[in-house]
Design a protein around this ligand. Structure first.
Ligand code: GAL
Length: 432
């Protein structure tokens, strides 16, 4: 299982010639190619992309869709809340009530299968994948994460790196802190002490979004255990009650001494603002944060490195879209999926969203700066799945980790936290 969870461009067969635009279809969602007058219908797209960079990225996808379906009205049904905290619950209510939107955002892996495929909410997309030649356009490891019993259930649009440590260049320069190509925990804590002496929190955290502190912890797990042992946490080859996990928890506790005082009141993008304003030096966040820097036109003020000691790993956070059973307009929904699965749409979406295209046959020359760093990172580091963003563990185990982390941020009780994590793993049947 551990191997299956990895997405690594090194093992991909790069290839697939660029695919020609496919004519719009009627009759079935993706059957015989019959030109479709994309008339009166609507297209309702459900996501949690509401922050500045997220909304800007989504808008690029909408524009790409409109280019081929100009008469279709798009209904943006986004529900705010980082990592889908509110959206996923709202969506479950809609799905169980038979009120599916035309397509919704999901991460691949456990989240896709547990929340949507197994309950029978999604259509298999094998025909569309074949029609579009996506079998050679996406990394094999990613295809594995969207495939069940031989059928694909998601069309990936972008790949985020979850273990990025962004920093405010001026704050570091003013305080004589330098950052190289990688950073150790010791280097970070030395910088944190220097900054503390100057009255500046080293870390911007926005844990009003319940994923933010768990994401800091998962990055610390990766940095402490290394990619291989981190992935072992999900198949039982690494024990949740091991000494290494305890070390990661202790490091997490120590880091919490350096967070911004208003962290509990801020969302993840609020914490990004704290960094931009120079009221904190670093933030450990997925690179959707970069979308905020783009939106606010401050990319020149921000630097990045991987979360301490995690440079050998690329924590993948992949977004994709589904085709529901009972989509109000399956034809427009299928055309939406053709759009988000196209290299052209992914190339315009990614720079706004703060991610890289999920396809491997994109034109790399269109990317520079942060994005080139991320593309190269995916090619060279070991890809590992995210806990906080649904791919690595079941929704129940993820929730157990989130709940335990809420308490830990307040009480920093290492043993209680580790016991709760171990219990969550046991309940999930990991290593059983
Ligand atoms: C992730 C998602 C990203 C970004 C982030 C913050 O789960 O994959 O696209 O939106 O949450 O909301």
């Amino acid at each position: 299982m551990a191997k299956d969870l990895r997405i690594n461009r090194r093992v991909f067969t790069a290839g697939a010639a660029a695919l020609a635009a496919t004519p719009l279809l009627r009759r079935s969602a993706f059957g015989q190619a019959t030109p479709m007058p994309d008339a009166e219908a609507k297209l309702e797209i459900f996501s949690w992309w509401t922050s500045g960079g997220e909304a800007a990225g989504l808008d690029e996808l909408f524009k790409a869709f409109k280019a081929t379906s100009p008469n279709v009205e798009i209904v943006n049904a986004a529900v705010a809340g980082g990592a889908g905290s509110n959206a996923q619950a709202a969506l479950q209510t809609r799905l169980s009530g038979g009120q599916a939107p035309d397509s919704w955002q999901s991460h691949p892996g456990q989240e896709l299968f547990s929340l949507y495929v197994d309950p029978g909410y999604t259509e298999p997309l094998g025909d569309l994948w074949t029609e579009q030649g996506w079998g050679t356009a996406y990394p094999q490891g990613l295809i594995d994460q969207v495939t069940k019993d031989g059928a694909q259930y998601l069309v990936p649009v972008g790949i985020h790196r979850g273990n990025v440590f962004f920093y405010n260049k001026k704050v570091l320069a003013d305080n004589g802190v330098t950052v190289g190509d990688a950073m150790t925990f010791d280097e970070f804590f030395a910088a944190a002490e220097t900054l503390k002496a100057a009255g500046i929190p080293a870390l911007a955290l926005g844990d009003k979004d319940t994923f933010a502190a768990p994401q800091f912890f998962e990055n610390t797990l990766v940095g402490t255990l290394g990619a291989e042992a981190y992935v072992g946490l999900f198949d039982g080859t690494t024990a949740w009650d091991s000494a290494e996990v305890k070390t990661a928890i202790e490091t997490f506790a120590k880091a919490l001494d350096y967070v911004n005082p208003d962290h509990a009141a801020l969302t993840w993008d609020g914490a990004v603002d704290v960094l931009i304003q120079g009221k904190a030096a670093f933030t450990s966040m997925g690179d959707w944060a970069y979308g905020e820097f783009v939106k606010k036109e401050v990319t020149d003020q921000v630097g990045w490195v991987t979360h301490p000691q995690s440079e050998g790993a690329f924590v993948t956070v992949v977004d994709g879209f589904t085709l529901p059973k009972g989509a109000p307009d399956p034809v427009n929904a299928a055309n939406w999926l053709r759009t988000v699965g196209s290299a052209a749409a992914q190339e315009v979406f990614s720079p706004f969203k703060g991610c890289i295209p999920a396809r491997i046959d994109i034109d790399k020359s269109k990317f520079s700066g942060y994005f080139t760093w991320s593309i190269d990172g995916l090619a060279s580091a070991a890809s590992v799945p995210s806990i906080a963003h649904g791919a690595a563990v079941s929704p129940q185990f993820r929730q157990a980790i989130f709940d335990a982390t809420v308490s830990f941020v307040v009480d920093k009780d290492v043993d209680t936290y580790q016991t709760a994590l171990k219990q969550g793993a046991d309940d999930a049947g990991i290593g059983a």
